[in-house]
Design a protein around this ligand. Sequence first.
Ligand code: FO1
Length: 306
Amino acid sequence: MIVMLAGGVGASKLILGFSKLLSPDQLTVIGNTGDDMELFGLRICPDLDTVLYTLCGKVNPKTGWGIRADSFRCLAALQELGGEGWFQLGDRDLATHIWRTSLLKQGYSLTQVTDRLCQAFEVNHKLLPMTDSFVPTYLVTDQGELHLQEYLVREGCRPVLKELRYSNIEQAQPAPGVADAILKAEAILLCPSNPFISIGPILAVPGIKELLVQTQAPVVAVTPIVNQRALKGPTAKMLAELDYAVSPTAIAEMYKDFLDVFVLDERDEELQQEIETFDLKVVTTNTVMTNTEEKINLARRLLEML
Ligand code: FO1
């Protein structure tokens, strides 16, 4: 079984590739919930939903998140009533959040709710939240402290980042099934996701880093930085503002305590030796996935390597 630690849109591309090659019992995804938010009293889990919608084929191909051809009538009505409209919640997407919130209120855990959603959307590969606790990420910026979604969406990533805060994380535990999956995995893959807001919260759940050190399986990370640019989102901006080099080397260094293999993009081949000084194996390949064929090709290449 392969275990993938995943953020949202970037991760889902590779997860889709793997899902085409591996049967449901061969693939488990552990999803970030640090970007979760409560809005209109609803619990919204964007990264879990992005994986869910991608795997069932319903994701909006233009954005990589939300549901294809969704309408926004409920959000428009909410705005007419005076509600905030900066977070684009489609009508069908809202049904997911209403259903999730209703089940959570009835006492089901996020793991159980995610499992029910997978069944409802006919997603057979296993999707686990990193934890059942609500652990939203806050960013300390030059414009004050912002919830991650306020920074990403409402403020368009413009504020200058000073520090990250994974709230409530000390009290969190890995969700049921997470430790078992990591310890039983044949390989663990860190998706090409943002190290601060996607992979960082998963690694911050007490116990998860230790499990990655402990596991006998190879731990592999795919670079989210290619040619000094992020494949998706504000990774490069965040690296620079937090005084890291905007380079795959900085990412490899963050993970070096538990990492066995770093997958570098072929465009950054010249960094191979530098990254190997962290006592890692470095594999160089095309990591940019612009279509389904490239998603499957990268997954196949990684499986061959493993
Ligand atoms: N991203 C945006 O840039 N703008 C939005 O209005 C927005 C709404 C949204 C609604 C549901 C959902 O599941 C995701 C949504 N996203 C939106 C994406 C989300 O902000 C990020 O992709 C992740 O949270 C970071 O991984």
